[in-house]
Unconditional design. Structure first.
Length: 41
């Protein structure tokens, strides 16, 4: 599995929260938690 994050100043908390929620729904909690920590959400 390859996962890419587009990092930059255009990150919005709402977008990142939606992505994290989608990962949780797909059963990918570990990846969701890593994203949440990285984005400090």
């Amino acid at each position: 599995m390859e996962v890419k994050f587009k990092l930059g100043q255009d990150e919005r908390a709402a977008d990142m929260s939606a992505a994290i929620k989608k990962l949780h729904e797909e059963g990918r909690e570990h990846l969701a938690e890593m994203m949440a920590r990285h984005c400090k959400l």
